[in-house]
Structures are given as C-alpha cells and as structure tokens.
Write a protein that binds this ligand. Structure first.
Ligand code: PMP
Length: 437
C-alpha cells in the first residue's frame, strides 16, 4: 500500500487519536518528522540534517550500509525461529561471548532490553531460589511489570505505585551531590556500605537477595560515573548473602565507554549476568543475556525456554554486522578519543560559564550538570531546557536532559560522531550559554 505523506499537524492529531497517550513526542513544542538518517545525522521531511547527540541505539551510525545490507540479504533468504540449526546464530553466539571474560560463556537471545532483564531475573531466582532484588536509586531497567518493580525512576515517580515489598533500594553513588564526593578515594567502598545495609535488612527478615541490578555508568541517575571500587564492594556484599550480580549494559555497552567494550570492566569486576540491548542491533529490535554455564545449566530444569523471535537469522546477521563495524571502524577507540575531546572542551567552557557545575562521563556517554550556584548546587532545569531548545532551533543539534533534577545535559551520540561534530557542539554550547545571562 502507498502511504501518503501527511503534514505534522495531521500526524499529531491522528497519533493522539489512535496511539496510547502515555507515549510522548520529543521536542513537543516543535516536533520533528524524521524520514532518514546517515552516520550521526537525522534528516527531516524538508531535507534538513540534524546532528543527533541522543541516539546511542544506532550505535555504529544511522542506516550503516553494512548493517542494512546484512539485514536485507538475510531477510530475502530466510527468517525463522531458533529451533532450526542455523550457521549465523551459532557464529554470532561465538563472536558475542568472545567479547566477555570467563566464565560468561552462554547467551540467550531476546528482543528488547526489558526482556533481557526480565529473563535475567528469572535466571537469578531460579538459580538461588531467592526472590528479592537490590537496585540503585533512580535507576531504570525496563518497562515490563517485573522491571518497573526494580526501577525507582518509575515506581518512585509520577504515576508510580511505590517500592514493592521484594525490592530494596541502595543509595546512588553520586560523586557530585552525594555524601562522598570527587576526590574521596574511599567513596566507592563507602557507598557500597549501603548495599550491605540493604542485604542486612533482608537478612533481618530471614531473606536473601536473588539479584542486584546495576549499570556500569548510571544513566537515568544523571550520567554518573561510578566511584572506583564501588562494584567490587557491592558485588562482594551481595554474593556473601547468596545473591547474583547483574550488569545492565543495555544503554552503555558495545564500546561506548571507550576504554572497554563493557562498562562493568572499568570497575574490574565480573558479573554473573550481563544484559545487552539497544546498540546490539543498531536500531533493529534485539537483545541478549550473557551468563555462566552454571547459571544457564540450572535454568535448563525441564521447562523449555522458547522465544519466537529471539535469535532469528535476521537478528543474528545484524548483530554480526554490528560487531564487524565496531571492530573494522575502531569505534571503541573513536568513542574514547572524541569523548575525551568533548569533556576537555566542556571543562574549558566551565572556566567561563559558572552554570556548568560538573562534567563527567566515560567515552561518548557524558553528562554536563547545570547549576544556578556552584556552592549550593541549586539545579538549573529551566536553564537546561532553554539550552536544549536553543541548540535545536539555532544550531540543529538534538539533545535531551536527564537526572533526578532534570538538570543534566545527556550526551550519547551515535559513535561516528566526529571531532568536527564535537567542536561544532562546543562552539554552539558556548554561544547558547553566553546568551543565557
Ligand atoms: N535498561 C536500561 C539501562 C535502559 O536504559 C533501558 C531502556 N531505556 C532498558 C533497560 C530497557 O530496554 P528496552 O526499552 O529495549 O526494553
């Protein structure tokens, strides 16, 4: 069927009529109709190119030709479920698990980050026979019921039903606003003490954790880099209580952090379960759970695990192409170099713009926190809103906000974001910040 192009007003009206209202529209005061993408750019219906600094999903670049070709070729050959033998599925599982330290050698393929985290929860509960979960404050781990339960970002916010009985929330290790701050070498250990407290509170009721969820860099928490040794200590406390440890790499995996493929590696730990999503398929809906032989073996308890779409040949082909591009285009190193260039530049801007309270990040996963006063750290969410609006309107740059106070400029562009893109962003940010006063 031929789809007739509609104007934006019609699309908004029709969308409101027939698509659930809980779904939001980005830049709602002036929504975009995006019809194409290339590298780090999105292209609208008028042919205008927008510099995309939001989309970590299209990790190797919008519409990367190698990924598109892999999808097209496999789509034309065959798509089935994973119950038939297929070379690509096995090759992909080999290539993917090769990216992880021992004993993380087994994968399950699913279709979204939420599905991956839900399966991880099942694996952990099945393995240890425990039910309870420890999560970090302000975290988001997915939209399934089981994951809203472990996502303070959702259950503690507007429309949320509060913290469920089986969930314990550990203090967010925030080196900018928290109890222990930048420069405190013991901060990681001290923040992890709260994980211990949660474990002890469970023990007091005769309970043990099944799983602790954490990200290697905290996304919805405000793009926060974990203090050194935080995960080392947190994992120890959870494991001593019989629980497993999960690294949610859905947002940050696949080399975005620059120094490593996975953010958990920057903390020198090996989780029991890792979940992958978003960048894994460069926009194609796929995700994975990586775990140990031992945990996978206890899950094979007689009940079959079947997933209609997970691991289908098209997804596996796409996944392989993404891994190839990351390797061949040296995207991890690129994230490292351009990310540091951006953070150095933003720190230089902080010398002239008092409103920049903190610049932090790893590779191309960066947060710039805006404050009205560096002493009181009063958040500047309205100012950030203006900055994002002006960067879009006047400079064609797409960005979004994050953090409990909605005052953190969240930066996670497609990895091909170039040094020239970086310098253009910094010049534009300088101009917009100068216009605020
Ligand atoms: N975990 C994290 C850290 C995420 O950021 C997200 C998505 N924002 C999810 C899980 C859920 O992934 P999905 O939307 O693919 O279900």
């Amino acid at each position: 069927s031929v789809i007739v192009a509609q104007d934006k007003e019609t699309l908004i009206r029709e969308r409101h009529l027939r698509i659930g209202r809980a779904l939001s529209i980005a830049y709602s005061d002036a929504p975009l109709k995006i019809v194409g993408g290339e590298g780090a750019y999105l292209i609208d219906d008028a042919g205008k190119h927008w510099l995309d600094m939001v989309n970590n999903v299209c990790h190797v670049g919008h519409c990367h030709p190698r990924v598109v070709k892999a999808a097209q070729r496999q789509m034309a050959a065959l798509n089935t479920n994973s119950r038939y033998l297929h070379d690509t599925l096995v090759e992909y599982s080999r290539r993917l698990t090769a990216q992880f330290p021992d004993p993380l050698n087994v994968c399950f393929f699913v279709n979204s980050g939420s599905e991956a985290n839900d399966l991880a929860l099942r694996l952990a509960r099945n393995h240890g026979g425990n039910h309870d979960v420890i999560t970090v404050d302000h975290a988001y781990h997915g939209h399934l019921s089981s994951l809203i339960d472990v996502s303070p970002y959702k259950f503690a916010g507007e429309g949320g039903a509060g913290c469920p009985e089986h969930v314990r929330v550990a203090e967010m290790p925030d080196l900018y606003r928290g109890r222990w701050r930048h420069g405190d070498v013991g901060a990681g250990r001290k923040y992890a003490e709260d994980v211990k407290r949660q474990v002890e509170a469970l023990a007091h009721e005769g309970r043990q954790p099944a799983l602790m969820f954490t990200e290697g860099v905290l996304g919805t928490g405000g793009q926060l880099v974990l203090p050194d040794d935080y995960l080392k200590h947190a994992y120890r406390h959870v494991r001593e209580a019989g629980g497993l440890c999960l690294a949610d790499e859905v947002q940050i995996g696949f080399g975005r952090v620059g120094s490593h493929m996975w953010a958990f590696e920057t903390q020198e730990v090996v989780p029991d379960i890792v979940t992958l999503g978003k960048p894994i398929g460069n926009g194609h809906p796929m995700a994975a759970v990586i775990t140990t032989e031992e945990i996978a073996a206890t899950f094979a308890n007689g009940m079959e695990y079947f997933n209609t779409f997970g691991g289908n040949p098209v997804s596996a082909s796409i996944g392989l192409a993404v891994l190839d591009v990351i390797r061949d285009e040296r995207l991890m190193h690129h994230c490292h170099d351009v990310g540091n260039r951006l953070m150095d530049g933003a720190r230089a801007l902080a010398d002239r713009h008092e409103i920049i309270g903190d610049v932090r990040g790893l590779g191309l996963f960066i947060g710039i926190e805006l404050v009205r006063d560096r002493e009181t750290q009063e958040p500047a969410p309205d100012e950030l809103d203006t900055v994002i609006r002006k960067l879009k309107q006047n400079h064609g740059i797409l960005l979004s906000s994050e953090g409990p106070h909605d005052n953190v400029l969240k930066i996670k562009p497609p990895a091909p974001f170039s040094p020239e893109n970086c310098d253009y962003f910094l010049t534009s940010l300088d101009e917009v910040l100068s216009g605020l006063v």
